[in-house]
Design a protein around this ligand. Structure first.
Ligand code: TNX
Length: 481
């Protein structure tokens, strides 16, 4: 059906305004609003129409989108926008008859704002581009060795002393509480829940820059020393800003009560400004923390999150603790063929009544290079081309019931990315692969690489119109318009 200046949209929800703006960005055509039916494009919400977050979309002489809820309507509109095409006779919507709803309730992306800081406008743009792929959770990695990125009233030196720099000595920054609330509200307007992460008990060198009494002296393992030398990076020095990106050298003091006062205060202040149900407390790569201390910390820290009324989320290593709080959600970042103790740690979350988010590093990690020569990214987990990112099955990695898998999250670690444009080159198109793994039924006939590569290729004009700096991987037949 043609899209012209006389095309009208009926529907009062915020989704109608979002559709009108997106069409204008793409085509330059400003659709008008209809006061009553019939209109060329009709947007409706009907809870009986499909499963939560689902929608139906019919495009013939008219286009009708019916969401099961506001999120479903938003997703139906995203699909409609993917069907906009320009040819010699102008703009049109391709015909369609779609009934769609998500396989997994949890479809996430993570942005590491600690290794490099990204300001509110960057995060909003990241929300726009990822929510358009129907991602509904945004995990913000808010603290790491290199910096602390959110203001905490009860521990003000965190942002006063430990936020100014990023990895490599690049500029840092932090979110005021109003900034953070603005991000949360913006994400909600795109149906995304923010999950804040404070990484503990390792990845905490920056805390020690602000409050030295909370953090142990750096533990320098052989790998850290060798990698730092190879990369020409400095080693961590207690109380001084850390500019390298080595991991596993820092730990908060497990046997000091003040550490738990700190954790309680931070969790409380974060919980107060986080409407979503989750607080992520990290737990990865605490190589300098003795195992018994680590397990003790995991038990106390997860209990503190529960006391604050939130569901704890932790990287899978925290599953080593026998008495991790019941219901804690584990985030598995091992490989699709698990190594070492990764699988048993992950499974323990399920044994404790929790569930799992799958972030298998050799397929979902958005910071891995596409190929050996790609200028951005790392290689430790794998080289991940688009096909590799696409062809995996989240329920086939661990020996747990399918119902224990909440969904998929694709993390972007930011050691090598300084700008949002660089982030986008790593994220797109591979985030689209994870979006489909998380959304589409396993048995759908289109859930195959030969179909996906053509469909993702058709997103190029949309991404160009939205200013998304995607990587034009040569595995994909990119559409010109
Ligand atoms: C491992 S994955 C980390 C991060 C790094 C990342 C780089 C995980 C839970 N921890 O600290 O940034 O590798 O790919």
């Amino acid at each position: 059906m043609p899209i012209t200046a006389t095309t009208r949209v009926l529907g009062s929800s915020p989704a109608a305004a979002q559709l009108i703006e997106a069409v204008e960005r793409r085509t330059g055509i400003r659709l008008s609003v209809a006061d009553e039916a019939p209109a060329e494009i009709e947007l409706l919400v009907d809870p009986t129409s499909s499963a939560p977050e689902g929608y139906t979309l019919e495009i013939g002489d008219r286009a009708v989108v019916v969401g099961a809820d506001e999120a479903g309507l938003f997703y139906g509109i995203q699909t409609l926008l993917q069907l906009l095409r320009q040819d010699d006779s102008g703009w049109a919507l391709l015909g369609a008859d779609v009934a769609d709803s998500p396989r997994f309730a949890r479809r996430g992306v993570m942005l590491d704002v600690a290794r490099h800081f990204f300001g509110v406008d960057d995060v909003k743009k990241f929300i726009d581009s990822t929510s358009a792929l129907k991602f509904n959770h945004l995990h913000l990695h808010l603290s790491d060795d290199q910096g602390w990125r959110v203001h905490i009233d009860s521990w003000p030196l965190l942002t006063e002393r430990a936020a100014a720099t990023s990895a490599n000595g690049d500029p840092g920054g932090f979110y005021t509480k109003d900034d953070y609330r603005e991000i949360v509200a913006y994400a909600a307007s795109r149906h995304m829940i923010v999950i804040p992460e404070i990484d503990l008990p390792g990845h905490t060198h920056a805390i020690g820059v602000a409050y030295p009494e909370l953090v142990e002296a750096p533990v320098l393992n052989d790998n850290l020393i060798a990698e730092s030398a190879r990369l020409g990076q400095p080693l961590p020095v207690a109380g001084e800003t850390y500019l390298g990106w080595g991991v596993g050298h820092s730990s908060v003091r497990i046997h000091e009560e003040r550490t738990y006062d700190f954790v309680r205060d931070v969790v409380r202040e974060l919980a107060e400004m986080t409407p979503g149900p989750y607080i992520h407390i990290g737990g990865d790569e605490s190589l300098g923390t003795p195992q018994a201390d680590f397990d003790l910390f995991a038990e106390r820290a997860t209990a503190i999150v529960v006391e604050a009324g939130k569901i704890p989320v932790a990287w899978h290593e925290m599953g080593s603790a026998a008495n991790i709080a019941e219901g804690t959600v584990g985030q598995y970042w091992g490989k699709t063929t698990p190594e070492g103790t990764h699988a048993e740690e992950a499974v323990h979350f399920v044994e404790r009544g929790g569930a799992l988010i799958m972030s298998a590093a050799d397929v979902t990690y958005l910071d891995m290079k596409y190929d050996e020569d790609f200028p951005l990214g790392l290689t430790w987990a794998a080289i991940i081309d688009v096909r590799t990112a696409y062809e995996w099955e989240p329920t086939a990695v661990l020996d747990v019931p399918d119902t224990a898998i909440l969904g998929v999250e694709a993390p972007l670690w930011s050691e090598t990315t300084r700008t949002l444009g660089e982030v986008e080159q790593l994220v797109f198109p591979r985030a689209a692969a994870q979006a489909e793994v998380a959304w589409s039924p396993r048995e759908a006939p289109e859930r195959i690489w030969e179909s996906f590569r053509v469909r993702v290729g058709s997103l190029a004009p949309l991404w160009k119109a939205e200013g998304v700096d995607f990587h034009p991987a040569d595995e994909i037949p990119w559409s010109a318009r």
